[in-house]
Design a protein around this ligand. Structure first.
Ligand SMILES: [Zn+2]
Length: 203
């Protein structure tokens, strides 16, 4: 988790104290990043263990991330998810600030690694409003990533690596699509190619 924080910062996917992670350790045990830390300086010992209701499970001098509610809502509604990464990747968040979804028919990597990425309406960061906005995108759905309007992105995975790779892939795709638009008009993949990639991803 500490390595992931440092990498997210080194790759410019977060700035300063931005971003937070959670990893499910057991049925009612979750490890989360601490609140208020500069993420490139955070260490393994700084992580905070809570239960799925957000109660601390171990005595710690650290407070859990200010986005604890967001993480716990995802982990409670999606038993298949073991890890959640929240970051502010600049190109992907650019789409979220412009009120646009990232087109899902342009890049094989985006379809295969991440899948569809809905744009969740704005909810105030660090408050239950954000979780309220996100829940409709969790119930009965299997999204691996969400864009948060005027805020950032969330990725999910069966492991922290999977969630982390999805965040990198989401940002990389957003950068490529933005570059393509600067050059000309992006040419979509054929419907057959999109279907085949979806089939390979889900099959
Ligand atoms: Zn945020």
């Amino acid at each position: 988790m500490a390595l992931c924080c440092r990498q997210l910062a080194a790759h410019g996917l977060i700035a300063g104290r931005d971003g937070n992670l959670s990893v499910r350790l057991g049925a009612d045990r979750v490890l989360v990043t601490p609140s208020g830390f500069i993420k490139s300086l955070v260490t393994a010992a700084d992580m905070v263990e809570v239960d799925l209701a957000g109660k601390p499970r171990r005595k710690s001098a650290r407070k859990p991330t200010s986005e604890l509610d967001l993480h716990l809502r995802i982990l409670r509604h999606r038993p298949d998810v073991q890890a959640v990464v929240h970051a502010h990747p600049p190109a992907a968040t650019g789409f979220a600030v412009a009120g646009q979804e990232i087109p899902g028919n342009l890049l094989p990597e985006l379809i295969f690694v991440v899948g569809p990425v809905p744009l969740v309406p704005f909810g105030m960061p660090g408050t239950p409003e954000l979780g309220d906005r996100v829940v409709p995108y969790l119930v009965g759905k299997h999204h691996r990533a969400l864009l948060l309007a005027n805020h950032g992105a969330v990725t999910m995975g069966k492991t922290l690596d999977e969630a982390w790779i999805r965040m990198e892939s989401l940002e990389h795709s957003a950068r490529i699509i933005t570059a393509a638009r600067a050059v000309g008009e992006p040419k979509p993949l054929t419907a057959q190619a999109v279907e085949r990639l979806q089939w390979e991803r889900d099959g």
